[in-house]
Write a protein that binds this ligand. Structure first.
Ligand SMILES: C[S@@+](CC[C@H](N)C(=O)[O-])C[C@H]1O[C@@H](n2cnc3c(N)ncnc32)[C@H](O)[C@@H]1O
Length: 219
């Protein structure tokens, strides 16, 4: 806990001061990155049960409220949906449509077994380049998964065409020095609508933001 709080101090200081992050960052690669489906199936075989706990989901609640304020009863595409945990926070806002995509077939099987709501759909697919066909969404969200999906700018550009007019991209990510590089890249490439940091009493914290690809805002 004390360590997490010290880290938090550093990470908050680094939010808008890249040099702080680069000075204190542990060396050793760029962070987790892309992994094969078998790796994710292993985590969804028990270890990721913790992601369902209430005190692990405050970031989902804020993101669900942000995107539902931007569009009442939003149509939502949830990339890296895992076992459908974000849907638990979105459900009170009565989304008009919901599609969850994850590379782990085990996660998708668990999501389907857990969530029987009429209208919630789940499918297996690579979230780095999922093709949504002619469907359009008021929000495309990446809760705790953007760091596994490759170049964040290419990702935003790929999904921009599946957004409805004035639609938003929503992201949550663990507040960490390496993930802050992703935040800065996306911030500079988009129009940020809202940004916040959500902390849990046990010491964990997440960044939450919504943004629009540049030039797509009707407001
Ligand atoms: C930390 S978990 C987060 C799960 C869920 N979004 C949540 O917030 O609880 C990361 C998720 O990303 C998924 N994932 C990783 N790489 C992926 C990819 N290339 N395409 C789709 N999903 C992926 C994993 O299977 C896992 O469910």
């Amino acid at each position: 806990m004390a360590y997490l709080r010290w880290r938090r101090f550093l990470e908050l200081a680094a939010l808008d001061r890249p040099w702080v992050g680069e000075t204190f960052m542990r060396r050793g690669g760029e962070g987790p990155g892309a992994r094969p489906a078998a790796y994710w199936n292993g985590l969804h075989d028990g270890e990721y049960d913790r992601l369902l706990k209430s005190d692990q989901r405050h970031h989902h609640r804020l993101l669900a409220a942000l995107i539902s304020e931007a569009a009442i009863q939003p149509r939502v595409l949830d990339i890296g949906c895992g076992e459908g945990v974000f849907f638990d926070s979105l459900r009170p806002f009565a989304p008009a449509a919901y599609l969850g995509v994850d590379v782990s077939d085990l996660a998708i099987a668990k999501a389907k077994a857990r969530i029987a709501d009429h209208g919630a759909r789940f499918t297996t697919g690579d979230g780095a380049r999922y093709e949504a066909g002619s469907e359009r969404f008021d929000a495309i969200v990446f809760p705790e998964c953007i760091e596994y999906l490759g170049d964040p700018i290419a990702l935003i550009d790929h999904y921009a065409r599946f957004l409805a007019p004035d639609g938003v991209i929503g992201v949550t990510q663990w507040l960490g020095l390496k993930p802050l590089r992703i935040w800065r890249a996306v911030r500079d490439h988009t129009e940020v609508v809202d940004e916040a940091v959500v902390s849990a009493p046990w010491g964990g914290a997440w960044q939450v933001w919504s943004c629009r690809p540049k030039g797509t805002s009707a407001r």
